[in-house]
Design a protein around this ligand. Sequence first.
Ligand SMILES: Cc1ncc(COP(=O)(O)O)c(C=O)c1O
Length: 366
Amino acid sequence: MKSISRKILLNPGPATTTQTVKEAMVVEDICPREKEFGKMLDSIKDDLVKVVHGEETHHAVLFTASGTGGLEAAITSAVPKGKKLLVVENGAYGTRMVKIAETFGIEVVRYQIDYGNYPNISHIETLLTNNKDVSHLAVVHHETTTGMLNPVQEICDLAHRFQVEVIVDCMSSYAGIPIDIKKWNAEYLISSSNKCIQGMPGLVFVIFKKDLLEKIKDTKRSFYFNIYNQFNGFEKTGQMQFTPPVQVAYALRTAIDEYFTETEAGRWNRYKENYNTLYNGLASLGFEFLLPDNQQSKILLAIKEPAFPKYSFEAMHDYLYDRGFTIYPGKGAKEATFRLSVLGDLHKKDIEAFLLCLGEYLLTIK
Ligand SMILES: Cc1ncc(COP(=O)(O)O)c(C=O)c1O
């Protein structure tokens, strides 16, 4: 394989991947309708459920798409006609779920607060009390807009008291932050191949309670993103209904193997170590953060834009990019921020090298 220089991606996915995940994409050509490929996909589906300890209770279904496709599949497959979706909206990805639902004519009850504010469970309870026709609640676990870890356990417990099913967007937390889906008892969880699982972009998966299949059989809103058809199609034929991204699937297979080798605790500890290194380094450079520590996912930091007269995100980005580090702009948080994430195949020495480079840049503008 040609040698490729290693880049440090501090954007929240697609992430820095291992050399072995990159190499896993260089495979013999294979028709995805062959049994050999189907078996590999089947093992991926089983292992994706294992990551969140849902083997007994949940299935996984794969779609060829970015993360948003999986959200669209869950929302359009789950919410029955005539029922409403309540969305916890404290970041751009909550708002995205509102937009998806509205596109398909699903009525939405919005629990809308500033991007960066913490959800108030009793306000959500009031919305559930006042809207008896809400059948589903959607929430983002790790709101990548701000780095906030939303209180999914409390939200699931509350929703279930109202017989409301829960759709959790775990795009940027799955396989990073340990999740026990049985404990949450969440009905749907969505993530994609290119974030904390550390594969390549192109596949999204919905993990859903096994006993929901029959219930969603007749909720036909989308042809492509239909969980019932996609899951049953695979069960019957061992093939995805529509062309899968073959090489991306091989990369995901390797990424999942690497996850289990590192272990759930090992990955989480590595991410937390990187986060603490980043946090302390930024604090000593004089940066301040959007969120209080107790609301932090420890996967991403939203950093307040500094008041230096010569500061420009673009100039800082270009300086760092030229030196192998990718940083990320803000996304509508309640204060102006830029963002840095530790998800991906990153190690303490990468974060230290980044901090050194950032420090050098700051000297040029102070
Ligand atoms: C929490 C969350 N939800 C949804 C998405 C959308 O995923 P994609 O851009 O892959 O469609 C992202 C992307 O960063 C995300 O972080």
